[in-house]
Design a protein around this ligand. Structure first.
Ligand SMILES: C[S@@+](CC[C@H](N)C(=O)[O-])C[C@H]1O[C@@H](n2cnc3c(N)ncnc32)[C@H](O)[C@@H]1O
Length: 215
């Protein structure tokens, strides 16, 4: 359990979430978690990242008509926070049908579709979105850093990719390396990188990172 958060790992879903190793394990994990995810994550453990990301989007994007893809939308907590901040044009995708069904119940997404972010977004045209958010999705057994290429492809030049992730995965190092590479290649400008709460109920900290696509 090398990746386990340090305290309060008392729930099977939370402790298992940091030890997932494959997409199949991860899909099964969210299939069994979908019904109780919002209660356990948001209500009982004060999941902070959806609001942190909505605030970050609002800092860089003043137009509430911006078209936003919430990549790895899960049950829709991240989209709900964006909608509460006034953003009206939200699409969401996820590879868990069970989580997508919960997201549909939120009523904040104009479009929801199934996609494995490690395999790309073949049905999405390049330069479609003004903003792509990816909240709690880069993690162990979830989405790998190379998915940034595809998230940037579907983003318009000058658009923002906003990533929120847990600190244990950030410490693995390869997302940081990927972002350094993108920055070195002048494909993105890092506009913000902030440490703060991720899941306070389990003492997990995390990052919110804002990348502006250059071209
Ligand atoms: C911790 S949840 C976060 C959901 C939502 N963004 C939030 O902040 O509540 C992680 C989500 O990533 C999705 N996910 C994991 N791996 C994925 C992949 N390879 N492609 C698409 N979605 C994936 C899971 O199904 C799950 O809904």
């Amino acid at each position: 359990m090398a990746n386990e958060p340090k305290e309060n790992a008392d729930s099977g879903h939370f402790s298992a979430a940091y030890d997932l190793e494959s997409g199949e394990q991860t899909k099964a994990h969210y299939a069994s978690w979908a019904d109780s995810y919002d209660r356990e994550v948001s209500e009982e453990n004060a999941y902070a990242q959806p609001v942190r990301v909505a605030e970050m989007v609002g800092r860089f994007v003043s137009d509430t008509d911006a078209l936003i893809l919430d990549a790895g939308c899960g049950s829709g907590l991240s989209g709900t926070a964006l909608a509460a901040s006034g953003f009206r044009h939200l699409h969401g995708c996820d590879f868990s049908q069970e989580m997508l069904a919960k997201a549909a119940e939120k009523g904040v997404y104009a479009k929801l579709f199934a996609a494995d972010l490690n395999a790309g977004l073949p049905d999405v045209d390049s330069q479609t979105f003004d903003v792509v958010t990816c909240v709690g999705v880069f993690s162990f057994g979830h989405v790998e850093p190379d998915a940034c290429d595809e998230l940037l492809r579907v983003l318009k030049p000058g658009g923002f990719l906003i990533i929120a992730l847990n600190d244990p995965f950030w410490q693995r190092g390869d997302l940081a390396s990927k972002i350094e590479q993108l920055e070195g290649d002048k494909r993105v400008i890092v506009r913000a990188k902030e440490f703060g709460d991720h899941l306070p109920g389990h003492n997990v900290m995390g990052w919110v990172i804002a990348l502006e696509k250059t071209s």
